[in-house]
Design a protein around this ligand. Sequence first.
Ligand code: SF4
Length: 619
Amino acid sequence: MAKPDYYDVTDCETNDKGAPKFCKKSEPGEGTERSCAYDGARVVLMPITDVIHLVHGPIACAGNSWDNRGARSSDSQLYRRGFTTEMLENDVIFGGEKKLYKAILDLAERYKDQARAIFVYATCVTAMTGDDVEAVCLAASEKVAIPIIPVNTPGFIGDKNIGNRLAGEILFKYVIGTTEPPVLGEYPINLIGEYNIAGDLWGMLPLFDRLGIQVLSCFSGDAKFEELRYAHRAKLNIIICSKSLTNLAKKMQKNYGMPYLEESFYGMTDTAKALRDIARELDNIVNGLEKRVMQDRVEKLLAEEEAKCRASIAPYRTRLEGKTAVLFTGGVKTWSMVNALRELGVEILAAGTQNSTLEDFYRMKGLMHKDAKIIEDTSTAGLLAVMAEKLPDLIVAGGKTKFLALKTKTPFLDINHGRSHPYAGYEGMVTFAKQLDMTVNNPIWPALNAPAPWEKTEEQLAADLASTAGHAEAFLGEDISASRVKVSSKCATVNPQKNSPALGATMAYLGIDNMLGLLHGAQGCSTFIRLQLSRHYKESIALNATAMSEDSAIFGGWENLKKGIGRVIEKFHPQVVGVMTSGLTETMGDDVHSAIVHFRQENPEVAHIPIIHASTPDY
Ligand code: SF4
């Protein structure tokens, strides 16, 4: 199994307040923010559109994570199908290798006209039962004509970031350099860590086209498998999401001598900087030092595009100028959104991040006004405290913060993978300005914060009605065809929207006053359950996990469970603790009942708090 040692050492060394704890492991008893390594690998590989993504595991891994990111495709929809071997109890007992082998052959035959490769994902349970995914893929490769690629990144080996980087290793080992491009332009580049969320990539490609830059391969937004295979022929790598695939760019630099740049295409300032940097680098590589062929093209394009963009955003800017915001996001958006918001006249009162590299964090800090606050406590309570202190006009963040913002009646704009609109490039900047305006100036906010209708006079009611005139037309008239997903008309092979029993148990626990759930498993399962249920209930969902790691999966999870129960009681003061198990801890054979008895003996002072236990493996 691949070893999770792909963090840059510098990313792990900081005690700076509010800095992302990139290498910090989740603690038992905490609500995990980052999902598991399996999910991290899926984030990187799933946007490859014309391949089968087959999840070898019980239903939770495929079912709870199905289609939870907005990566768009301009062609094949095969990547959105949920393929899983759906391991059941007997498969866990007798082993799932034969089932996996048959599933690969079956799917390769059924989708032979569409599928260009099959990625096979190991999960916690199959890693624990010892299914040799690599050997099965090798054996199946002899029977089918397309590449069968093992993705051996079970959830318990680490968090999502580890999974991202391991997926980069897999691409390097099995995909890159395995064929030659049909046509090679003068200025070929690769984009790395661009996942075409809501169609972001499509805002960048026209700019490259006009400049005569060939995007040879994009890892992996709207990617076709074949295109990724000849990425080694590019002249330059551009990293878009700096935290996810830096290791891949470094490896390509070492092996193919291909330099790389880290850039962002959000906002006018950063888009211009990115294009200038790329042009300078390409001129150096292709035309020799001091030559300015590409740089001249870029300056011409920038003059046109910036003028056009400024004119388009002007009406929105007028309505946004002077508004205040709290920014909470990850990756390059941490700093490039500071610039983009500033370009629209929005002042940032506070900003924070969990999912960024240290470099991203310090870049954000450097751009912010000296009086702006860095959010140090990124928990729900911490964010609520910042909102109460700063009273911003707007929260710009990811989906997990959405209901927190809405419950406090604060306008909210999603800029992470849950959004439906592309924000990259100049067109993206105009869309961003428009969405921001529609969010912050939506008449719902004054209505929500105003007296109830029965407390108003006739004149006030008439004035309310008049002020909202035309808004329905504006919303309905909006063109969202670019971000609409094509839905496949064929039947799905399996129904991955079945959820895990642990999700069902969480729902039951949520119905009991002052009861807090604790999932005994690796961190991916609880993150997925929280995501699913918070979308369903439109609330932040309290669920903690014992954050099982590779070590505890091998040596037993009692200590994690006992620590988790202790922490949950100490930190959140529930009246009842509801423990539930996962496929991983059941397969390991963790005796949860005995662990609870031990906890009771060691902690008699909390004997009055009931701890109930449900066995909820997903097989
Ligand atoms: S942590 Fe949960 S979702 Fe992730 S691989 Fe393990 S069982 Fe699957």
